[in-house]
Design a protein around this ligand. Sequence first.
Ligand SMILES: NC(=O)c1ccc[n+]([C@@H]2O[C@H](COP(=O)([O-])OP(=O)(O)OC[C@H]3O[C@@H](n4cnc5c(N)ncnc54)[C@H](OP(=O)(O)O)[C@@H]3O)[C@@H](O)[C@H]2O)c1
Length: 371
Amino acid sequence: MSLDTYYTLGRSGLRVSRLALGTMTFGDNWGWGAAEDTARAMFDRYLEAGGNFIDTADLYTDGASEELLGKFVEASGTRDRVVLSTKFTYNGQPGNPNSGGNGRKNIMRAVDASLRRLRTDYIDLYILHTWDRLTPAEEVMRTFDDLVRAGKIRYAGLSDVPAWYASRAQTFAEAHALTPLVNLQLEYSLAERHIEHEFVPMATELGMGITAWSPLAMGLLSGKYKPSETGGEGEGRLQKIAGMPGFDRFTERNWTIVAALEEVAVAMGKPMAQVALNWVATQPGIASVIIGASKLVQLDDNLAALAFDIPAELRARLDQASALEPTFPYWFFGDVQQSRIHGGVAVGSKPSSYAPPVFVPALQQAGFKTD
Ligand SMILES: NC(=O)c1ccc[n+]([C@@H]2O[C@H](COP(=O)([O-])OP(=O)(O)OC[C@H]3O[C@@H](n4cnc5c(N)ncnc54)[C@H](OP(=O)(O)O)[C@@H]3O)[C@@H](O)[C@H]2O)c1
Protein backbone atom coordinates (compact mmCIF):
# COMPACT_ATOMS: atom_id res chain seq x y z
CA MET A 1 0.00 0.00 0.00
CA SER A 2 1.38 3.40 -0.86
CA LEU A 3 -0.06 6.88 -0.58
CA ASP A 4 -0.70 7.23 -4.29
CA THR A 5 -2.97 4.21 -4.24
CA TYR A 6 -6.41 5.66 -3.66
CA TYR A 7 -9.59 4.07 -2.33
CA THR A 8 -13.16 5.29 -2.47
CA LEU A 9 -14.38 6.70 0.84
CA GLY A 10 -17.37 4.72 2.15
CA ARG A 11 -20.09 4.22 -0.45
CA SER A 12 -18.98 7.15 -2.63
CA GLY A 13 -16.90 8.00 -5.66
CA LEU A 14 -14.43 10.13 -3.69
CA ARG A 15 -10.88 8.73 -3.96
CA VAL A 16 -8.67 9.22 -0.90
CA SER A 17 -5.26 8.07 0.36
CA ARG A 18 -5.01 5.50 3.17
CA LEU A 19 -3.08 8.03 5.26
CA ALA A 20 -4.68 11.46 5.63
CA LEU A 21 -2.73 14.49 6.82
CA GLY A 22 -4.06 15.87 10.12
CA THR A 23 -3.47 19.60 10.58
CA MET A 24 -4.46 20.15 14.20
CA THR A 25 -0.73 20.86 14.63
CA PHE A 26 -0.68 23.59 11.94
CA GLY A 27 -0.04 26.78 13.92
CA ASP A 28 1.50 27.00 17.40
CA ASN A 29 -1.32 28.88 19.15
CA TRP A 30 -2.08 25.90 21.43
CA GLY A 31 1.53 25.42 22.58
CA TRP A 32 2.19 22.02 20.93
CA GLY A 33 1.86 22.67 17.19
CA ALA A 34 4.20 23.68 14.36
CA ALA A 35 5.09 27.17 13.14
CA GLU A 36 4.21 28.15 9.56
CA ASP A 37 7.47 27.06 7.89
CA THR A 38 7.31 23.57 9.41
CA ALA A 39 3.60 23.26 8.62
CA ARG A 40 4.30 24.21 5.00
CA ALA A 41 7.15 21.69 4.77
CA MET A 42 4.83 18.95 6.09
CA PHE A 43 2.10 19.91 3.61
CA ASP A 44 4.60 19.79 0.71
CA ARG A 45 6.09 16.48 1.85
CA TYR A 46 2.67 14.82 2.17
CA LEU A 47 1.69 15.86 -1.37
CA GLU A 48 5.09 14.76 -2.75
CA ALA A 49 4.48 11.33 -1.21
CA GLY A 50 1.25 11.09 -3.22
CA GLY A 51 -1.20 11.91 -0.42
CA ASN A 52 -4.40 13.77 -1.30
CA PHE A 53 -6.57 13.75 1.86
CA ILE A 54 -6.16 16.62 4.35
CA ASP A 55 -8.15 17.11 7.55
CA THR A 56 -8.71 20.30 9.54
CA ALA A 57 -11.47 21.96 11.60
CA ASP A 58 -12.70 25.52 11.91
CA LEU A 59 -11.34 26.07 15.40
CA TYR A 60 -8.08 24.06 15.27
CA THR A 61 -5.37 26.37 16.61
CA ASP A 62 -8.12 29.02 16.83
CA GLY A 63 -8.57 29.19 13.04
CA ALA A 64 -4.85 29.25 12.16
CA SER A 65 -4.93 25.66 10.84
CA GLU A 66 -7.56 26.48 8.19
CA GLU A 67 -5.84 29.76 7.33
CA LEU A 68 -2.43 28.13 6.82
CA LEU A 69 -3.93 25.29 4.83
CA GLY A 70 -5.83 27.72 2.60
CA LYS A 71 -2.61 29.63 1.98
CA PHE A 72 -0.60 26.48 1.14
CA VAL A 73 -3.25 25.05 -1.20
CA GLU A 74 -3.61 28.36 -3.03
CA ALA A 75 0.16 28.89 -3.35
CA SER A 76 0.76 25.34 -4.60
CA GLY A 77 -2.15 25.46 -7.06
CA THR A 78 -3.39 22.08 -5.81
CA ARG A 79 -7.05 22.81 -5.06
CA ASP A 80 -8.36 20.29 -7.60
CA ARG A 81 -5.96 17.62 -6.43
CA VAL A 82 -6.50 17.77 -2.67
CA VAL A 83 -9.53 16.45 -0.83
CA LEU A 84 -10.14 19.06 1.86
CA SER A 85 -12.07 18.02 4.91
CA THR A 86 -13.09 20.44 7.67
CA LYS A 87 -15.53 20.47 10.58
CA PHE A 88 -17.98 22.62 12.52
CA THR A 89 -19.53 22.46 16.04
CA TYR A 90 -17.19 24.40 18.35
CA ASN A 91 -18.06 27.92 19.41
CA GLY A 92 -15.73 30.87 18.78
CA GLN A 93 -18.09 33.60 20.09
CA PRO A 94 -18.53 33.30 23.86
CA GLY A 95 -22.07 34.23 24.89
CA ASN A 96 -23.65 33.34 21.55
CA PRO A 97 -25.09 29.79 21.67
CA ASN A 98 -25.94 29.83 17.95
CA SER A 99 -22.30 30.32 17.05
CA GLY A 100 -21.62 26.72 18.04
CA GLY A 101 -23.45 23.40 18.04
CA ASN A 102 -25.01 21.60 15.13
CA GLY A 103 -28.17 23.64 14.43
CA ARG A 104 -28.82 24.90 10.90
CA LYS A 105 -28.03 28.51 11.86
CA ASN A 106 -24.55 27.62 13.08
CA ILE A 107 -23.75 25.25 10.21
CA MET A 108 -24.63 27.97 7.67
CA ARG A 109 -22.47 30.51 9.52
CA ALA A 110 -19.58 28.07 10.01
CA VAL A 111 -19.38 26.89 6.39
CA ASP A 112 -18.96 30.42 5.07
CA ALA A 113 -16.30 31.20 7.68
CA SER A 114 -14.37 28.03 6.76
CA LEU A 115 -14.60 28.77 3.04
CA ARG A 116 -13.11 32.23 3.67
CA ARG A 117 -10.22 30.91 5.77
CA LEU A 118 -9.55 28.04 3.34
CA ARG A 119 -9.61 30.46 0.34
CA THR A 120 -11.86 28.17 -1.66
CA ASP A 121 -15.47 28.07 -2.83
CA TYR A 122 -16.13 24.45 -1.87
CA ILE A 123 -15.24 21.92 0.82
CA ASP A 124 -14.81 18.31 -0.29
CA LEU A 125 -15.87 16.67 2.95
CA TYR A 126 -17.80 18.64 5.60
CA ILE A 127 -17.99 17.00 9.01
CA LEU A 128 -20.05 17.56 12.14
CA HIS A 129 -17.25 17.66 14.75
CA THR A 130 -19.01 16.57 17.95
CA TRP A 131 -22.55 15.68 19.01
CA ASP A 132 -24.17 18.67 20.77
CA ARG A 133 -26.78 16.40 22.44
CA LEU A 134 -29.57 18.70 21.18
CA THR A 135 -29.91 19.02 17.42
CA PRO A 136 -32.09 16.39 15.70
CA ALA A 137 -30.24 14.26 13.15
CA GLU A 138 -32.91 15.22 10.58
CA GLU A 139 -31.98 18.91 10.82
CA VAL A 140 -28.28 18.16 10.26
CA MET A 141 -28.96 15.92 7.25
CA ARG A 142 -31.31 18.41 5.60
CA THR A 143 -28.68 21.13 6.05
CA PHE A 144 -25.92 18.95 4.57
CA ASP A 145 -28.17 18.30 1.59
CA ASP A 146 -28.80 22.04 1.12
CA LEU A 147 -25.04 22.69 1.23
CA VAL A 148 -24.39 20.05 -1.44
CA ARG A 149 -27.11 21.55 -3.65
CA ALA A 150 -25.68 25.05 -3.07
CA GLY A 151 -22.26 23.79 -4.23
CA LYS A 152 -20.54 24.68 -0.95
CA ILE A 153 -19.68 21.09 -0.01
CA ARG A 154 -19.28 17.85 -1.97
CA TYR A 155 -19.68 15.14 0.73
CA ALA A 156 -20.77 14.91 4.37
CA GLY A 157 -19.64 13.04 7.47
CA LEU A 158 -19.95 12.86 11.25
CA SER A 159 -17.32 12.77 13.97
CA ASP A 160 -17.65 11.90 17.67
CA VAL A 161 -21.35 11.04 17.77
CA PRO A 162 -23.14 8.01 19.25
CA ALA A 163 -23.66 5.14 16.80
CA TRP A 164 -27.46 5.34 17.18
CA TYR A 165 -27.34 8.98 16.07
CA ALA A 166 -25.24 8.23 12.97
CA SER A 167 -27.47 5.31 12.14
CA ARG A 168 -30.63 7.41 12.41
CA ALA A 169 -29.05 10.19 10.32
CA GLN A 170 -28.04 7.79 7.54
CA THR A 171 -31.38 6.01 7.50
CA PHE A 172 -33.23 9.34 7.33
CA ALA A 173 -31.03 10.44 4.41
CA GLU A 174 -31.67 7.17 2.56
CA ALA A 175 -35.42 7.34 3.15
CA HIS A 176 -35.63 10.89 1.80
CA ALA A 177 -32.98 10.60 -0.94
CA LEU A 178 -30.79 13.23 0.73
CA THR A 179 -27.02 13.39 0.46
CA PRO A 180 -25.72 10.40 2.48
CA LEU A 181 -22.96 10.27 5.05
CA VAL A 182 -19.79 8.79 3.53
CA ASN A 183 -17.49 9.19 6.52
CA LEU A 184 -17.27 8.75 10.27
CA GLN A 185 -14.24 10.33 11.95
CA LEU A 186 -13.51 8.60 15.27
CA GLU A 187 -10.70 8.02 17.74
CA TYR A 188 -9.06 4.66 17.05
CA SER A 189 -5.71 3.18 18.04
CA LEU A 190 -4.23 0.23 19.90
CA ALA A 191 -5.01 2.21 23.06
CA GLU A 192 -8.61 3.10 22.13
CA ARG A 193 -10.62 0.34 20.44
CA HIS A 194 -14.15 0.97 21.68
CA ILE A 195 -15.47 1.82 18.22
CA GLU A 196 -15.15 -1.87 17.36
CA HIS A 197 -18.36 -2.75 19.22
CA GLU A 198 -20.86 -0.63 17.28
CA PHE A 199 -19.22 1.75 14.84
CA VAL A 200 -17.24 -0.61 12.63
CA PRO A 201 -20.17 -2.94 11.81
CA MET A 202 -22.50 0.07 11.42
CA ALA A 203 -20.14 1.96 9.11
CA THR A 204 -19.49 -1.14 7.00
CA GLU A 205 -23.20 -1.93 6.70
CA LEU A 206 -24.28 1.67 6.02
CA GLY A 207 -21.54 2.75 3.60
CA MET A 208 -19.46 5.05 5.79
CA GLY A 209 -15.65 4.87 5.62
CA ILE A 210 -14.06 5.39 9.04
CA THR A 211 -11.18 7.83 9.36
CA ALA A 212 -9.18 7.24 12.54
CA TRP A 213 -7.99 10.17 14.67
CA SER A 214 -5.20 10.10 17.26
CA PRO A 215 -3.88 6.78 15.90
CA LEU A 216 -0.77 7.15 18.11
CA ALA A 217 -2.85 8.05 21.19
CA MET A 218 -1.42 11.58 20.88
CA GLY A 219 2.17 10.36 20.70
CA LEU A 220 2.02 7.67 23.42
CA LEU A 221 2.42 4.82 20.90
CA SER A 222 5.61 6.31 19.46
CA GLY A 223 7.29 4.95 22.60
CA LYS A 224 8.74 8.27 23.74
CA TYR A 225 6.93 8.26 27.08
CA LYS A 226 7.83 5.96 29.97
CA PRO A 227 5.91 5.12 33.15
CA SER A 228 6.93 7.15 36.20
CA GLU A 229 5.78 7.67 39.79
CA THR A 230 3.55 10.52 38.62
CA GLY A 231 2.03 8.40 35.82
CA GLY A 232 4.36 8.97 32.89
CA GLU A 233 7.13 11.19 31.63
CA GLY A 234 8.65 12.19 28.29
CA GLU A 235 8.89 15.20 26.00
CA GLY A 236 5.84 16.07 23.94
CA ARG A 237 2.18 17.04 23.70
CA LEU A 238 0.97 14.64 26.40
CA GLN A 239 3.29 16.23 28.91
CA LYS A 240 2.12 19.73 27.87
CA ILE A 241 -1.58 18.88 28.21
CA ALA A 242 -1.19 16.78 31.38
CA GLY A 243 -4.09 17.39 33.74
CA MET A 244 -6.58 18.39 31.03
CA PRO A 245 -9.76 16.35 31.62
CA GLY A 246 -10.13 13.48 29.13
CA PHE A 247 -6.50 13.48 27.99
CA ASP A 248 -4.87 11.13 30.50
CA ARG A 249 -3.14 8.45 28.45
CA PHE A 250 -0.70 7.34 31.19
CA THR A 251 -2.74 4.41 32.49
CA GLU A 252 -1.72 0.87 33.57
CA ARG A 253 -3.60 -0.61 30.63
CA ASN A 254 -1.85 1.68 28.14
CA TRP A 255 1.60 0.87 29.52
CA THR A 256 0.88 -2.82 28.93
CA ILE A 257 -0.06 -2.04 25.32
CA VAL A 258 3.04 0.12 24.84
CA ALA A 259 5.23 -2.73 26.14
CA ALA A 260 3.67 -5.24 23.70
CA LEU A 261 4.01 -2.77 20.84
CA GLU A 262 7.68 -2.25 21.69
CA GLU A 263 8.30 -6.02 21.63
CA VAL A 264 6.60 -6.35 18.24
CA ALA A 265 8.40 -3.31 16.79
CA VAL A 266 11.79 -4.66 17.93
CA ALA A 267 10.97 -8.09 16.45
CA MET A 268 10.11 -6.43 13.13
CA GLY A 269 12.97 -3.91 13.17
CA LYS A 270 10.48 -1.06 12.67
CA PRO A 271 9.76 2.11 14.66
CA MET A 272 6.86 1.72 17.11
CA ALA A 273 4.91 4.57 15.50
CA GLN A 274 4.98 2.84 12.10
CA VAL A 275 3.75 -0.46 13.52
CA ALA A 276 0.96 1.29 15.48
CA LEU A 277 -0.20 3.20 12.38
CA ASN A 278 -0.01 0.10 10.16
CA TRP A 279 -2.17 -1.84 12.63
CA VAL A 280 -4.88 0.87 12.53
CA ALA A 281 -4.78 1.21 8.73
CA THR A 282 -5.33 -2.52 8.24
CA GLN A 283 -8.16 -3.00 10.71
CA PRO A 284 -11.72 -3.73 9.39
CA GLY A 285 -13.75 -0.68 8.35
CA ILE A 286 -10.84 1.79 8.44
CA ALA A 287 -10.78 3.87 5.26
CA SER A 288 -7.92 6.17 6.18
CA VAL A 289 -5.71 6.99 9.17
CA ILE A 290 -5.30 10.67 10.04
CA ILE A 291 -1.65 11.10 10.91
CA GLY A 292 -0.45 14.01 13.03
CA ALA A 293 3.03 15.43 13.45
CA SER A 294 4.64 18.47 14.99
CA LYS A 295 7.98 17.93 13.18
CA LEU A 296 8.93 17.01 9.62
CA VAL A 297 11.00 14.04 10.78
CA GLN A 298 7.91 12.56 12.50
CA LEU A 299 5.86 12.96 9.34
CA ASP A 300 8.56 11.20 7.31
CA ASP A 301 8.54 8.34 9.82
CA ASN A 302 4.75 8.07 9.70
CA LEU A 303 4.51 8.23 5.89
CA ALA A 304 6.46 4.94 5.73
CA ALA A 305 3.87 3.12 7.86
CA LEU A 306 2.16 1.30 4.99
CA ALA A 307 5.28 -0.11 3.38
CA PHE A 308 5.18 -3.50 5.18
CA ASP A 309 2.83 -6.14 6.61
CA ILE A 310 2.67 -7.12 10.26
CA PRO A 311 3.20 -10.93 10.45
CA ALA A 312 0.11 -12.75 11.76
CA GLU A 313 1.67 -13.97 15.01
CA LEU A 314 2.93 -10.49 15.91
CA ARG A 315 -0.41 -8.96 15.00
CA ALA A 316 -2.08 -11.46 17.32
CA ARG A 317 0.21 -10.24 20.12
CA LEU A 318 -0.94 -6.65 19.53
CA ASP A 319 -4.59 -7.71 19.28
CA GLN A 320 -4.38 -9.61 22.52
CA ALA A 321 -2.57 -6.90 24.52
CA SER A 322 -5.12 -4.29 23.47
CA ALA A 323 -8.29 -6.46 23.43
CA LEU A 324 -11.48 -4.96 24.79
CA GLU A 325 -13.16 -6.42 27.85
CA PRO A 326 -16.09 -8.68 26.89
CA THR A 327 -19.13 -6.42 27.20
CA PHE A 328 -22.85 -7.12 27.02
CA PRO A 329 -24.57 -7.56 24.60
CA TYR A 330 -21.63 -8.20 22.24
CA TRP A 331 -20.26 -11.27 24.00
CA PHE A 332 -23.77 -12.74 23.95
CA PHE A 333 -23.83 -13.25 20.17
CA GLY A 334 -21.14 -15.97 20.26
CA ASP A 335 -21.14 -19.54 18.99
CA VAL A 336 -23.29 -20.95 21.79
CA GLN A 337 -26.16 -18.57 21.03
CA GLN A 338 -25.72 -18.92 17.26
CA SER A 339 -26.01 -22.68 17.53
CA ARG A 340 -29.20 -22.35 19.60
CA ILE A 341 -30.66 -19.77 17.18
CA HIS A 342 -29.89 -21.69 13.99
CA GLY A 343 -30.72 -25.17 15.28
CA GLY A 344 -27.10 -26.30 15.22
CA VAL A 345 -26.81 -25.68 11.46
CA ALA A 346 -24.05 -23.46 10.01
CA VAL A 347 -25.81 -20.42 8.53
CA GLY A 348 -24.20 -17.44 6.80
CA SER A 349 -25.88 -14.55 5.04
CA LYS A 350 -23.25 -11.84 4.77
CA PRO A 351 -20.99 -11.44 1.73
CA SER A 352 -17.34 -12.14 2.46
CA SER A 353 -16.48 -8.44 2.17
CA TYR A 354 -18.46 -7.80 5.34
CA ALA A 355 -15.94 -7.06 8.07
CA PRO A 356 -15.89 -9.71 10.79
CA PRO A 357 -17.86 -8.54 13.80
CA VAL A 358 -15.44 -6.67 15.94
CA PHE A 359 -16.35 -8.25 19.21
CA VAL A 360 -14.31 -11.25 18.04
CA PRO A 361 -11.09 -10.41 19.98
CA ALA A 362 -13.12 -9.87 23.13
CA LEU A 363 -14.85 -13.22 22.64
CA GLN A 364 -11.57 -15.00 22.04
CA GLN A 365 -10.19 -13.47 25.21
CA ALA A 366 -13.22 -14.80 27.07
CA GLY A 367 -12.45 -18.27 25.74
CA PHE A 368 -15.15 -18.44 23.05
CA LYS A 369 -14.37 -20.24 19.84
CA THR A 370 -15.11 -17.71 17.09
CA ASP A 371 -14.10 -19.21 13.78
N1 LIG B 1 -12.51 14.56 15.19
C1 LIG B 1 -11.85 14.76 16.30
O1 LIG B 1 -12.44 14.93 17.37
C2 LIG B 1 -10.35 14.78 16.29
C3 LIG B 1 -9.64 14.83 17.50
C4 LIG B 1 -8.25 14.83 17.45
C5 LIG B 1 -7.59 14.81 16.23
N2 LIG B 1 -8.30 14.80 15.06
C6 LIG B 1 -7.61 14.77 13.74
O2 LIG B 1 -6.66 13.72 13.76
C7 LIG B 1 -5.36 14.23 13.47
C8 LIG B 1 -4.33 13.40 14.18
O3 LIG B 1 -4.55 13.45 15.60
P1 LIG B 1 -3.32 13.46 16.59
O4 LIG B 1 -2.41 14.59 16.23
O5 LIG B 1 -3.86 13.41 17.96
O6 LIG B 1 -2.64 12.06 16.17
P2 LIG B 1 -1.57 11.12 16.87
O7 LIG B 1 -0.91 10.40 15.76
O8 LIG B 1 -2.20 10.28 17.92
O9 LIG B 1 -0.55 12.11 17.60
C9 LIG B 1 0.29 12.91 16.84
C10 LIG B 1 1.39 13.47 17.74
O10 LIG B 1 2.23 12.40 18.17
C11 LIG B 1 3.60 12.81 18.09
N3 LIG B 1 4.21 12.02 17.01
C12 LIG B 1 3.69 11.79 15.77
N4 LIG B 1 4.49 11.01 15.05
C13 LIG B 1 5.55 10.73 15.83
C14 LIG B 1 6.70 9.94 15.62
N5 LIG B 1 6.92 9.31 14.46
N6 LIG B 1 7.59 9.85 16.64
C15 LIG B 1 7.37 10.47 17.81
N7 LIG B 1 6.28 11.23 18.07
C16 LIG B 1 5.37 11.35 17.08
C17 LIG B 1 3.58 14.30 17.80
O11 LIG B 1 3.43 14.98 19.03
P3 LIG B 1 4.64 15.73 19.81
O12 LIG B 1 4.49 17.17 19.54
O13 LIG B 1 4.38 15.37 21.22
O14 LIG B 1 5.95 15.20 19.31
C18 LIG B 1 2.28 14.44 17.01
O15 LIG B 1 1.75 15.75 17.01
C19 LIG B 1 -5.43 15.71 13.87
O16 LIG B 1 -4.47 16.50 13.21
C20 LIG B 1 -6.84 16.06 13.44
O17 LIG B 1 -6.86 16.31 12.04
C21 LIG B 1 -9.67 14.77 15.07
